[in-house]
Design a binder for this molecule. Structure first.
Ligand code: NAP
Ligand code: FER
Length: 340
């Protein structure tokens, strides 16, 4: 016996922006679960910017994917068959097997999650998952935020950025400024998320837009974008400013090296710290993160928006759309409704 699955494979390394032909849908036969294995039907799966890096031949912080491999990524699903006592049939689980409708894997490679009464399980891919912990660790540990700081976050309407700004506000920032790529996103940041100011980075030089939005300077910068945004933040920093360097999405599709910040000498006089980080190094913060953020979700303090693409067939479009800003909040692909 075997299990019929539908999966998306990487078949060509993108040059610049990924295109549809870089991927291939396949129908595969996976063997029935062996001892200790589970079969998980996908409920929702994540598309994330880091996937773009893993499609390149060159290793960055993580090894690149092989051609002909099924795209990996965060997935929430339900166990539909189990040969493991630890993870019974019916359990809701998270795993990293990615872009497929059914996964067969070792029960040791899934983590069981609880239902979220009144909330979609896909929140485990966003606010209660990797992006949420990234925002938490980056703001509170890496950038050493303290109440009264003025915070600037780039990519502010995305999964990580929208949480960074709200966490900063909820913890007593004196000012929260965000940048994003459309007027609708900028309005959403101010009207719904409580940012003090926001701007569309297409509207002029980022340094000028930031100076107008944060006339008294910034103490913390959470960078999702890099490039011109980083240079602008260095210029806007107050003494002892700290940057959590989380990502540089403005260069993920670049085919030549992007320009560096031209004002690095300002780090000296202002005694600035720019610190890169990977969320995986901060798993010890998971308990305090989950406790606080689920409380904020329950009491309505936090907006956890998603952009949902329906169906496995939409996965490639969802990913390509993510890289060009088609999402507000977390981009997810939903395959099946949450179980009752
Ligand atoms: P996201 O922000 O939800 O989605 C990506 C966003 O990037 C798009 O919505 C788009 O919004 C923006 N973007 C695309 N091209 C851009 C450009 N040229 N200039 C400025 N913005 C651009 O994605 P996410 O999952 O929350 O990730 C955000 C960042 O965090 C990424 O850099 C990612 O690699 C990084 N990250 C790092 C870690 C870590 O451990 N270090 C963990 C998770 C994520 P606009 O409409 O605003 O352009
Ligand atoms: C990202 C998502 C995750 C990213 C890095 C990670 C730089 C790192 C994860 C880890 O290994 O801890 O978008 O971009």
């Amino acid at each position: 016996m075997s299990i019929a699955t539908r999966e998306w494979q990487l078949v060509r390394r993108p040059h610049g922006k990924p295109v549809a032909d870089d991927f291939r849908p396949v129908e595969a036969e996976r063997p029935d679960p062996g001892p200790g294995e589970v079969v998980v039907r996908t409920i929702a799966m994540s598309v994330d910017p880091y996937m773009r890096g893993r499609m390149n031949a060159t290793k960055s912080y993580a090894p690149s994917w092989e051609l002909g491999e099924t795209m990996q990524g965060g997935t929430v699903g339900q166990v539909i068959a189990s040969r493991s006592d630890a993870v019974p049939e019916g359990a809701l689980v998270l795993h990293g097997m990615g872009w497929r409708d059914v996964a067969v894997l070792d029960a040791g490679h899934v983590s069981v999650v609880e239902p979220l009464p009144g909330l979609p399980l896909s929140l485990y891919l966003g606010v209660l998952g990797m992006p949420g912990l990234t925002a938490w660790a980056g703001l509170f540990r890496v950038a050493a935020f303290s109440p009264g700081d003025a915070v600037f976050v780039s990519g502010a309407a995305g999964a990580v950025g929208s949480l960074v700004g709200q966490f900063a506000r909820l913890r007593g920032a004196s000012r929260v400024v965000g940048s994003a790529g459309t007027p609708e996103k900028v309005r959403w940041l101010g009207d719904e998320l409580g940012f003090s100011a926001a701007f569309d980075y297409h509207d002029g030089a980022v340094a000028d837009l930031l100076a107008a939005a944060a006339p008294e300077g910034i103490d913390v910068f959470f960078d999702n974008v890099g490039g011109e945004h980083l240079e602008a933040a260095i210029a806007a920093f107050n003494l002892h400013g700290r940057a959590a360097v989380c990502g540089a999405i403005s260069s993920y599709n670049a085919v030549s090296a992007p320009p560096g910040p031209r004002n690095m000498f300002l780090l000296v006089g202002k005694r600035l710290t720019l610190r890169g980080f990977l969320v995986g190094d901060h798993a010890d913060l998971q308990p305090e993160f989950v406790e606080t953020v689920s409380g904020w979700l329950r009491d309505g303090s936090l907006v956890a928006r998603e952009t949902v693409v329906e169906g496995l067939d939409g996965a490639v479009d969802a990913f390509r759309d993510l890289l060009r800003g088609g999402n507000t909040g977390k981009m997810v692909v939903r395959l099946t409704p949450d179980p009752e």
